[in-house]
Every structure is written in C-alpha cells, then in structure tokens.
Design a binder for this molecule. Structure first.
Ligand SMILES: [Zn+2]
Length: 209
C-alpha cells in the first residue's frame, strides 16, 4: 500500500495529525490559522457523486444537438464543438483551442481528477498519489470554466432571438448539468489529502464550526 500523506498547511508548511470533521466544520492550522480542510454538509461522498454525474453528462453534451437556428424555413443545428470548428476554420486557432480547453476538455479532466481523488479516499487511507491528484485538481480549477460558456450561449440566444428562431437542444441541457455538477463537486471538495492523514509531528488541526 502507498504511504499515507501528511496534512500540510499550504500557507506555513505546518504538518498536522488526523482529525474527523463534521459537516460545515473547518480544520484550521494550529500555527497560522489557515484553512486546511472542510467537512461537506452533504456527506463525504457528495463530491464523488457530483464528479461522476458531471462525467456522465459530459459525453452527451458533446454528441447531442446543442442549439438549432431556423429562419425562412432553413434550419441549422449546432453541436457543442461547432463554434470551436468555426473559429478554427476562420483563422482564430488560438481562440478555438482556448474555448475547447476551458469549455470542455479541462472541466472533464477536473471532474476525472475529483472522481479519482474522492474515489481513492473512499477506498482507503490517502496516499502520496492523492496529493498529486489534489494538486492537479487545484491547478485546473482556474482554467475549467464551463459556466462562462453557458453564459455566452444564453447571451447569444437573447441577442439573436429577434433574428432567428432558436431552439435549445438536449446537448445544451447536458452541458449545463455538467457545469453545475462541476461547481457542486468543487464546492464540496477541500482538495486536501485528508480526511485522516498520518501525523508527522503529532500536532492536530483545530476543528472550528
Ligand atoms: Zn499554517
């Protein structure tokens, strides 16, 4: 079995011992008071459930019709990546790559990292691999922003609704569900290798409500 990882404060490096957190409680660093981990109000398996749900919605969001626009009898149906393809063919390759990465690929990678992290926690004590996956998830947080794409589509619908007859497809609703699942999984994750790491110096973080 892989060795258990200590719970280390990101602010000052203080190493802490095991602690059990109830829903809504935070574990604070005994040295600097920084937030080490938080207890989920929905239970310890909530982030895993949300991450798996998000992954399940990611596939149909990319395959099912996203949006249909009709005018004078002509109907054009778009998929999630139709806009990315148009940007690429229009000579805006860097923007196309950015939209693809931030709008779909990195959110899916973050969901997979969260599912792996919380799945591994459920299977046994946290290991050093959990720490690596946790760091990966933390680094992806700032780039996985599917909610921005949802807002962009809604703004586009409002702007173009007076010109075309727009119909939202099931792919868009699956995409919204994926984005919501990701937000909930992130909100209920503390990204720490807790809940019960092995103490390196015996100090125990202080739970606080
Ligand atoms: Zn600290």
């Amino acid at each position: 079995m892989a060795p258990a990882a200590p719970l280390v404060c990101r602010m000052c490096g203080q190493v802490h011992g095991p602690v059990r957190l109830k829903g809504g409680e935070n574990a604070l660093c005994v040295r600097c008071g920084g937030n080490l981990a938080k207890g989920s109000r929905l239970g310890p398996d909530a982030p895993l459930c949300f991450a798996i749900s998000g992954l399940a919605f990611a596939v149909p969001s990319a395959l099912l019709p996203f949006l249909s626009a009709s005018s004078l009898g002509n109907v054009r149906t778009s998929l999630l990546f139709t806009g990315v393809r148009s940007l690429w063919l229009g000579g805006m390759q860097p923007l196309a790559v950015l939209v693809f990465l931030c709008g779909w690929f990195l959110p899916v990678l973050l969901l997979a990292a969260l599912a792996a992290l919380h799945g591994a926690r459920r299977m046994g004590p946290p290991s050093v691999n959990c720490l690596r996956v946790s760091e990966l998830a933390r680094s992806l947080e700032h780039w996985a922003i599917p909610e921005v794409q949802v807002l962009a589509v809604l703004v586009g619908i409002i702007k173009l609704g007076s010109i075309f007859t727009l119909t939202i497809g099931p792919g868009f609703w699956c995409y919204c569900a994926m984005a919501l699942s990701l937000l909930l999984a992130q909100h209920n994750s503390d990204f720490a290798p807790a809940p019960e790491p092995i103490a390196a110096d015996g100090s125990e973080p202080a739970p606080s409500p």
